[in-house]
Write a protein that binds this ligand. Structure first.
Ligand SMILES: Cc1cc2nc3c(=O)[nH]c(=O)nc-3n(C[C@H](O)[C@H](O)[C@H](O)COP(=O)(O)O)c2cc1C
Length: 190
């Protein structure tokens, strides 16, 4: 499988998705954020459990500031300008009894998050997922139960110039995205 093959065959919403850091001041319309979240719900999930939950917040709201307060210091300098945040949470147990662990819960939340990101990309909206946040604090602030596991905060917004970012973020923003070659990924193919 050659690189040029995949470059032409991959849909543009996937190819154009990237985790940018420079957000413009343009707000995301409430309906657009809802569309992105709803797109995520069309992801696959084991036994169709759909273990995902979100807390979404637009800039200028109390919930936005609460999510921002959970971010690690390395993420705050750029993420504080995001137009919106989505805190994504997975339910760790199966709905049938709320006790049996769902071994696919984190996998399925990842699928949900990826699907949201591709929808956002198609809408010209940048998504930047972050694992760098204080999960315990997020659980406390939002009164989450032991079976609600916060996994990621996604920063969303419209792209602005890299020039306005402080270092080291500006250099990161301008660095080429790299991927492992496909022959390192495919360890079996007949
Ligand atoms: C679960 C997860 C956690 C991440 N955590 C952070 C983070 O805390 N800070 C950050 O700047 N980027 C974070 N990222 C973004 C990755 O660094 C980024 O997806 C990766 O470098 C590939 O770049 P791309 O998304 O632009 O293709 C995270 C991504 C994922 C999926």
């Amino acid at each position: 499988m050659s690189v040029s093959n995949s470059e032409t065959a991959i849909i543009s919403a996937i190819k154009n998705r990237w985790s940018g850091r420079s957000f413009s001041e343009q707000a995301i319309a409430k309906n657009d954020l809802l569309t992105i979240i709803e797109a995520g719900t069309w992801a696959f999930s084991a036994m169709n459990e759909q273990p995902w939950q979100v807390i979404a917040a637009h800039k200028g709201t109390e919930t936005y500031d609460k999510i921002l307060s959970t971010l690690m210091p390395g993420n705050t300098p750029w993420a504080q300008h995001a137009a919106a945040f989505i805190l994504t949470i997975t339910r760790t147990t199966l709905s049938k009894d709320d006790t049996t662990l769902n071994g696919s819960a984190e996998h399925d939340l990842g699928a949900f998050n990826a699907t949201m990101s591709i929808q956002a990309s198609a809408m010209g909206i940048i998504t930047h997922p972050m694992g760098g946040f204080d999960r315990a604090k997020a659980k406390e602030i939002f009164n989450l139960t032991d079976t609600q596991k916060p996994m990621a905060v996604i920063a969303l917004g419209y792209l602005d110039s890299a020039e306005k970012l402080p270092e080291p973020y500006k250099t990161r923003e301008l660095s080429p995205r790299v991927r492992k070659p496909i022959n390192e990924i495919i360890i079996g193919h007949e």
